[in-house]
Ligand binder design. Structure first.
Ligand code: GP9
Ligand code: MN
Length: 688
C-alpha cells in the first residue's frame, strides 16, 4: 500500500513536471511543426470518415460522433506510427499509399450506401461483377458528385507534402534509434486512446460490434475503418463457421423443427390448384402503394389493379430482402428461408441443398422453367438455378436483344413477354403440366429512360372556367421531374407490358388451365422527400405544404418503412366473383408464399420458416433480415429499439421480447440451414 502511494506520488510529480515543461518549451507547437506530415494524415483520414457519416446518417450526433472520431483516430495513429520506421524522405510515400487506401474505403462505402442503403462488405466483392453489369444505371444513379469529395484528403496531403518539401522538411537526418523511439511513442499514444475507447464501450456496443449486422450502428460508434476491418473477419467467419459448430447448429435446427408436423394442416384451399399450370411473375420493384394512385384520371397500374380486383390480393405483403435484393426474394420465395446474415445465398452458398417449390412441383410431374432476358451470371443465377431445380433457364442468349428493344438494364419487358410466347407454346405442346417463372427487368432503378416508357404524365391538369365563360387548361408539374414520378412512368410501362402479356396468353389459349401469380420483388428505394411531395403537394406554390398546414400529412420513417409493401396476387381467368376473389389484409411475408401456395397445389415442406397464411391468419408475423418484424398489431424496429402500434390494442413488453426472440431464433436457424448445408442428402434424418 505504501509502495503504491509512493509510486502514485512519484508518477504525479513526474507528470506535472512534464506538463509544465510542455508549457514552458512550447513542446506542442514544436511537435506539430516536426510532425506535420503525420498530423495532416490524421486529419484527412478522420475527416473523410466523418464526411461519409455526414452523407449517410443525416443526424448531427451520428456524424459528429465522438466515439467514431476517436476510433478513426486510433486506426490512423496506429497506421501512421509505422511511418517513423522509414527515413523522412520515404515517409510521404508510405503515408500517401495508406491515405489512398483509406480514402478508397470511404469512397466505396459512399457509393455502396447510395445503392444499397448499407455499408460495403468484402463478402460482396465477388458480386462487383454484377454491379458492374448494371453499367450506366449504376453510374447514373449511384456515382454522384458527393462520392468524389473524398479525393480532397489525398489532395490536401499532396499539397502539404509539396510545401514542406520546399522548406527542406525531408532533409533532416534521423538515426535508427530515434526513428524507433518515435514509432513506439506514436504507437503508445494510439494504445492510450484505445484504452480510453474500450473503457467507454457499453455492452450494447460490444454485442453489436460482434454481430455486425447493424452496420449503421457499428459505423456510427466505431467509424468506417474499424467497421471494415471487423467486416473482413465477419465475412470469412461463415467459411470458418461451416467448418466448426456444426453440432450446435444441427441441434438448434432439430429443436426448432421438433414440434412441426410431418404432414400439412389442411384448410378450405387445400389442393384447389393441384395440377394447374403456373405463370409466376417476378415484378421488378413493384410496390403496393403505387396501385392506389392515379394521375389525370389514369391509374398507375390499371392491369395490376384489375387482377387484384378479380383475384386473390394480399395487400399487406412484404418482401424480406437483404443486400441480395432480387436474388434474396427469389431465395425466400422458392425455399421459405431467409437471406443469409453475411454475403448472399445466391452467390456464397449456391452449392447448398435447398427444398424448393420447383423441385416439389417436379415431383408432381411438372416441367419447370425460368425466363430472364439478362446475363445468366447476374446474381450467379446460372449456378443457383441448378440448386433451385429448374429444368430450363432461358436467359439473355435465348432472346433477341438489340439497341432498339433495350430499356435500362436490358431487353424491354414488352419485348421480353412477346418473345417468350413461342417458347411457352412449345413447352405447352410438349408437357402435360408446367411451371414458368418470368423475371421482369425494365422497372429497375434508376427509372431514367422516361422517353422509352411511353406517355404517362404525372402532373396535374385542371380546366379553369373564367368569368366570361372562356376555359383555360392549367398544368401543375406535381411529380414530373422527380425520381418517384419517373418511377410511376416506368411502373406504368411495366404494367402495360403485363396487360399485353395477359392478352397474348389469353389469345393463345394459354390461360385456360393456368394460375397467374405475381409478386413485387422489393421496394424501389425511392427518396422519402418525394413521398412527402406526393402526399403534400402545394400546387399554388409548386412546393411541399408547410408542416404547420392543417392538410399536411407527415410521411415519417415508420410510414416509409411500412410503405415498402409489395403486391402479391393469385389470379385465374375465372376467379372473379368466386370465394377465391378476395383481399387478404393479414400481414404476410415472402417466406409465407411457399407454404400458402404449397397447400393450394398439394406440396409441403416441413422445413419452411413461413406459414400458410390461411392457417396463421391474423396471428402471422413477418421477420426481416435486419431483425425488425411486423405483425397486424405492431411494427418493431430492432435497430432503433422502437415500435409503432398499428392497432388500438395494448402493447406489452412481453410481446415485444417474445417476438424479438422468435425473430432472432428464426434468423439463426435459417442461416445455419444454409451455412451448414443442413438439408444435405447425406443427412438422412433431415431429407427423406
Ligand atoms: C438483374 C435483376 C435486378 O438481372 O434481377 O436485380 P436487383 O438489382 O433488383 O437485385
Ligand atoms: Mn429486383
Amino acid at each position: 500500500m505504501k509502495w503504491i502511494k509512493f509510486n502514485a506520488k512519484k508518477l504525479f510529480k513526474k507528470l506535472s513536471n512534464k506538463v509544465s515543461r510542455i508549457k514552458k518549451e512550447h513542446l506542442i507547437k514544436e511537435y506539430f511543426k516536426n510532425n506535420v506530415l503525420l498530423i495532416t494524415f490524421l486529419i484527412t483520414v478522420v475527416l473523410n470518415s466523418t464526411i461519409l457519416r455526414f452523407f449517410c446518417m443525416h443526424s448531427i450526433e451520428n456524424y459528429i460522433s465522438v466515439k467514431a472520431i476517436l476510433a478513426d483516430l486510433i486506426i490512423a495513429l496506429f497506421i501512421g506510427s509505422f511511418a517513423y520506421l522509414f527515413k523522412p524522405k520515404n515517409r510521404f510515400t508510405y503515408l500517401f499509399i495508406c491515405n489512398i487506401f483509406l480514402t478508397a474505403i470511404c469512397m466505396i462505402n459512399s457509393v455502396y450506401y447510395t445503392f444499397y442503403t448499407s455499408f460495403a462488405s468484402v463478402s460482396m466483392l465477388s458480386l462487383t461483377q454484377y454491379i458492374g453489369d448494371v453499367g450506366d444505371a449504376v453510374v447514373e444513379n449511384v456515382i454522384q458528385l458527393k462520392d468524389l469529395i473524398y479525393v480532397l484528403g489525398p489532395l490536401i496531403f499532396i499539397y502539404v507534402h509539396i510545401r514542406i518539401k520546399k522548406k527542406n522538411y525531408y532533409k533532416k537526418v534521423e538515426l535508427k534509434a530515434e526513428r524507433k523511439k518515435k514509432t513506439l511513442k506514436t504507437l503508445g499514444a494510439s494504445g492510450v486512446l484505445l484504452i480510453i475507447f474500450l473503457l467507454t464501450m457499453t455492452s450494447l456496443d460490444v454485442s453489436r460490434f460482434m454481430k455486425q449486422w447493424n452496420k449503421e450502428y457499428v459505423v456510427m460508434r466505431f467509424g468506417i475503418y474499424v467497421y471494415q476491418i471487423n467486416d473482413v473477419f465477419t465475412s470469412i467467419q461463415p467459411k470458418i463457421n461451416s467448418m466448426f459448430g456444426y453440432d450446435q447448429a444441427k441441434k438448434s435446427f432439430d429443436d426448432y423443427f421438433a414440434e412441426v408436423s410431418d404432414t400439412p394442416q389442411t384448410n378450405e384451399y387445400t389442393n384447389i390448384f393441384a395440377g394447374k399450370n403456373v405463370i409466376l411473375i417476378h415484378g421488378e420493384s413493384m410496390m403496393t402503394n403505387a396501385m392506389s394512385l392515379s394521375f389525370n384520371g389514369v391509374e398507375v397500374t390499371p392491369n395490376l389493379n384489375r387482377i387484384a380486383r378479380e383475384g386473390m390480393f394480399f395487400s399487406n405483403f412484404y418482401s424480406q430482402v437483404s443486400v441480395g435484393t432480387s436474388s434474396d426474394t427469389e431465395l425466400t420465395y422458392n425455399t421459405s428461408l431467409m437471406p443469409t446474415k453475411s454475403g448472399t445465398a445466391f452467390v456464397s452458398y449456391a452449392d447448398r441443398t435447398f427444398i424448393t417449390t420447383p423441385q416439389m412441383l417436379k415431383e408432381q410431374g411438372y416441367f419447370t422453367y425460368v425466363m430472364h432476358a439478362n446475363n445468366a451470371d447476374f446474381w450467379n443465377r446460372r449456378n443457383m438455378y441448378k440448386s433451385i431445380g429448374y429444368d430450363k433457364f432461358y436467359s439473355k442468349v435465348d432472346f433477341e436483344v438489340t439497341k432498339e428493344n433495350t430499356i435500362g438494364l436490358g431487353l424491354s419487358d414488352k419485348e421480353f413477354f412477346t418473345q417468350s410466347i413461342p417458347y411457352l407454346k412449345e413447352i405447352n405442346e410438349k408437357n402435360d403440366k408446367w411451371y414458368g417463372v418470368y423475371i421482369m427487368l425494365t422497372n429497375h432503378t434508376p427509372f431514367s429512360e422516361t422517353e422509352k416508357y411511353g406517355e404517362y404524365p404525372v402532373d396535374i391538369k385542371e380546366t379553369i372556367t373564367h368569368e366570361n365563360g372562356t376555359t383555360e387548361e392549367v398544368v401543375y408539374p406535381y411529380m414530373e421531374g422527380t425520381k418517384l414520378g419517373n418511377y410511376f412512368k416506368s411502373l406504368h410501362y411495366a404494367d402495360q407490358a403485363l396487360g399485353e402479356f395477359l392478352a397474348k396468353l389469353d389469345e393463345e389459349g394459354l390461360l385456360e388451365d393456368t394460375v397467374f401469380i405475381l409478386y413485387g420483388d422489393h421496394d424501389a428505394r425511392l427518396p422519402r422527400r418525394d413521398y412527402n411531395r406526393l402526399y403534400n403537394y402545394d400546387k399554388e406554390n409548386n412546393d411541399i405544404l408547410d408542416e404547420d398546414d392543417p392538410n399536411y400529412k407527415e410521411y415519417d420513417s415508420y410510414q416509409y418503412e411500412l410503405g415498402r409493401k409489395v403486391p402479391f396476387i393469385i389470379w385465374t381467368k375465372d376467379m372473379k366473383g368466386t370465394k377465391l376473389n378476395q383481399q387478404i389484409t393479414n400481414v404476410m411475408g415472402m417466406y409465407d408464399v411457399q407454404p400458402t401456395i404449397g397447400n393450394m397445389f398439394g406440396f409441403y415442406n416441413k422445413y419452411a420458416l413461413g406459414h400458410d397464411i390461411f392457417n396463421t391468419k391474423e396471428n402471422n408475423i413477418v421477420v426481416f433480415p435486419n431483425g425488425n418484424w411486423v405483425t397486424n398489431k405492431l411494427y418493431y424496429n430492432s435497430q432503433k429499439e422502437a415500435y409503432l402500434s398499428l392497432t388500438e390494442g395494448e402493447i406489452t413488453e412481453e410481446e415485444i421480447s417474445k417476438n424479438s426472440g422468435y425473430t432472432n431464433k428464426l434468423l439463426d436457424v435459417s442461416n445455419n440451414i444454409i451455412v451448414f448445408n443442413l438439408f444435405n442428402d447425406d443427412n438422412e434424418e433431415i431429407v427423406e
